[in-house]
Design a binder for this molecule. Structure first.
Ligand SMILES: Cc1ncc(COP(=O)(O)O)c(C=O)c1O
Length: 402
């Protein structure tokens, strides 16, 4: 008998996506007839705008889209993404610097696979989105956490980044607005971080997928535009999922210098080939159109954000800084850990989240999924009534903690 492991060591080290797992458990409970309210999902509750769906329907009827197309994306979509990047970020790129990917997730994987050699270090601000560590690990990279907390609104400073930098640091991952915290760096903070990265010859991988979801006086700043000194060591990740309520269509992109894009395209040509043409044509309609649909969603998210943050901060033991972007609140629940609740004493935010799901039928994602135990992530991309009902249930249950 072979003593070799059945599943490779590299792949068994990958954990299940905690956010998808919470969402799946909540959906299963719902299907079994329980009135679960889910704050787990990272997706808008709106349908994709009609004009985008119509573009997909028309594309499905065209025989040329029934065939393989270039692995790196339809030329017309690459062109439109380049134009959109100039419009929204003021960043000028050639269509040849765009790679169309199967959602932002594939862009994340391909960026790290293309940039990292074994042992290369990546600075990652924690709390971080749950997918980054797996993509970095799989590429042989070493993640170095730069931990932030609620006292700074989850923003990292140049001093913190510098303290984490070593001779092996190759990449800074910069995500603003952030999933899971909703933190948004100001233009000045963005520029300072970018200049520091440029000064030390680091690459910056920047995930701009929430660029259009910012609130109040917060402003989205593309680090690529803010810091021209970064030169050709910037890789931008983006996609249509969050801006156009298109999570299920699976279209994202990677923008970078020609050598990186060429290499990543080679990888994609063997892994998945072209993204589904119908989805690419839907994305083309999305990025070439105006931003009125996202503006309507943004207004609804802003209203829900304010309600959620107010209600969360009224719960004893919960503290939630104001998220400035994306559609997540990231409250600290540290004061509640170890307290007695319904005959149990949860010792971690993961255990507390489990108890809440069972007792209040409310699904939240524990901070363990984002590298910082002691917190919850709650998405406010759900209907206003459900949001109020869910947070009220949470408040009622947590009031019993002793
Ligand atoms: C920060 C961030 N980047 C990228 C993605 C990828 O989105 P998709 O693969 O659906 O395009 C997500 C989705 O949750 C995200 O939150």
């Amino acid at each position: 008998m072979s003593t070799r492991p059945r599943v490779s060591t590299r792949i068994s080290a990958i954990s299940e996506s905690a956010t998808l797992a919470v969402d799946a458990k909540a959906k299963a409970m719902k299907a079994a007839g329980r009135p679960v309210i889910g704050f787990g999902a990272g997706e808008p509750d709106f349908p994709t705008p009609g004009y985008i769906v119509e573009a997909a329907v028309a594309a499905a009827r065209e025989p040329r889209f029934h065939k393989y197309t270039p692995a790196g994306g339809l030329p017309e979509l690459k062109q439109a993404v380049a134009a959109k990047t100039l419009r929204d970020s003021g960043y000028r790129v050639e269509p040849s610097q765009v790679l169309i990917t199967n959602g932002g997730k594939q862009a994340v994987y391909e960026a790290f696979a293309t940039l990292l050699d074994p042992g290369d270090e990546v600075l990652v601000v924690a709390p971080y989105w749950t997918t980054y560590p797996e993509a970095i690990k799989l590429a042989g990279g070493v993640q170095v956490d730069v931990v932030t907390d609620e006292t700074t609104g989850y923003l990292a400073s140049v001093e913190q980044l510098e303290a984490a930098r070593t001779e092996r640091t190759k990449v800074l991952l910069f995500v603003s607005p952030s999933n899971p915290t909703g933190a948004v760096y100001s233009p000045e903070e963005t520029a300072a971080i970018g200049r520091w990265a440029a000064e030390h010859g680091l690459w910056v991988v920047t995930d701009e997928i929430y660029e259009h979801l910012v609130y109040g006086d917060a402003e989205f700043t593309s680090i690529a535009t803010a810091v021209p000194e970064l030169g050709d060591r910037v890789v931008i990740l983006n996609g249509v999922a969050k801006t156009y309520a298109m999570t299920g269509w699976r279209v994202g992109w990677l923008i970078g210098p020609p050598d990186v894009v060429k290499a990543a395209t080679n990888l994609q040509s063997h892994a998945t080939s072209n993204v589904a043409n119908v989805s690419q044509m839907a994305a083309l309609a999305a990025v070439s159109g105006d931003l009125s649909a996202v503006e309507r969603m943004r207004e609804a998210f802003d209203r829900r954000r304010q309600t959620m943050v107010r209600m969360l901060n009224e719960i004893p033991g919960v503290f939630c800084p104001e998220p400035k972007g994306a559609f997540y609140a990231y409250p600290s629940v540290k004061e509640l850990i170890g307290k007695e609740l319904r005959g149990r004493r949860p010792r971690s935010s993961a255990e507390l989240a489990e108890l809440i799901l069972e007792e209040a039928e409310v699904a939240v994602v524990p901070g363990e999924a984002f590298g910082t135990p002691g917190y919850f992530r709650l998405s406010y991309a759900l209907g206003d009534d459900d949001l109020v009902e869910g947070v009220s249930r949470l408040a009622k249950l947590l009031a019993e903690a002793r």
